[in-house]
Design a protein around this ligand. Structure first.
Ligand code: DGL
Length: 250
């Protein structure tokens, strides 16, 4: 019998940072990763457009024999998770969100910077979370265009962007919420600008939650741990970068 897979998607290769954490707790599951580079970036798209894009990806992944779907994109999660859960009730949908509650739990008193896409920062879902855990020492920075230059792996532009947009927080913040799944890929470059800061991201908790949900529904499997990669433009360069991130030692 063909194994059932876990489907996971993002607007590009950023969600690899989430899959990496998932594999640590579920190494024997089979995965399909969908990198939607044709629609990248999601960060400044209209809600309606995101819903439509995510719905189409859901259908593709379900048709590929997926038993559960992970939305490895904060923007898509904020805008489409509720809609998709209502539409696809039979399938567990696990969604990432900026790790702002983690700040509340572990480092409440420290000044905090939330970096995320404009779409995430302006979303109702994020604002509910923010109001609930607000430490009154938080800056919100909509990083328009940053995921796109990370996607292009353009180091010079990344460094320039960070200096221009987050240089102003040097010495002012201690906690950094990486509220976009692309940003863990540039943690080193952020540290170069902001110095010694604490990073918070949601992938580890998501991975544990996914495991719990599959366990509760009796959906855990012992397979070969295969990972299939699909890019919506069929770009080989994306596949190479994706597997470099997955296989990288950290
Ligand atoms: N990686 C995504 C996120 O977590 C989306 C980035 C984008 O496409 O703008 O928000």
């Amino acid at each position: 019998m063909e194994s059932k897979k876990i489907g996971i998607f993002d607007s590009g290769i950023g969600g690899a940072t989430v899959l990496k954490e998932i594999i640590k707790v579920l190494p024997k599951e089979d995965y399909i990763y969908y990198s939607d580079s044709i629609n990248n970036p999601y960060g400044d798209k209209e809600d309606e457009t995101i819903l439509q894009i995510c719905d189409e990806i859901m259908q593709k992944l379900i048709n590929q024999n997926c038993k559960s779907i992970v939305i490895a994109c904060n923007t898509a999660s904020a805008k489409s998770a509720t809609y998709l859960r209502n539409k696809y009730r039979q399938i567990p949908i696990i969604a990432i969100e900026p790790a702002y509650k983690m700040v509340y739990d572990y480092a409440y008193n420290e000044p905090t910077l939330v970096m995320a896409t404009k779409g995430t920062i302006e979303s109702e879902k994020f604002n509910i979370l923010y109001r609930k855990y607000d430490n009154h020492k938080t800056y919100l920075e909509p990083c328009v265009g940053l995921a796109d230059i990370i996607e292009r792996n353009d180091l010079k532009s990344i460094q320039k962007y960070l200096e221009e947009h987050i240089g102003k927080y040097r010495g002012k913040v201690k906690n950094i919420v990486l509220g976009c799944t692309h940003y863990p890929l540039i943690q080193k470059e952020i540290e170069e600008i902001l110095g010694n800061v604490n990073f918070f991201q949601g992938a580890k908790n998501l991975a544990k939650h996914l495991k719990d949900v599959l366990e509760q529904r009796n959906l855990l499997e012992q397979n070969e741990g295969k990972i299939q990669f699909i890019d919506s433009q069929g770009l080989e360069i994306k596949e190479k970068r994706f597997f470099d991130i997955i296989n990288r030692n950290q």
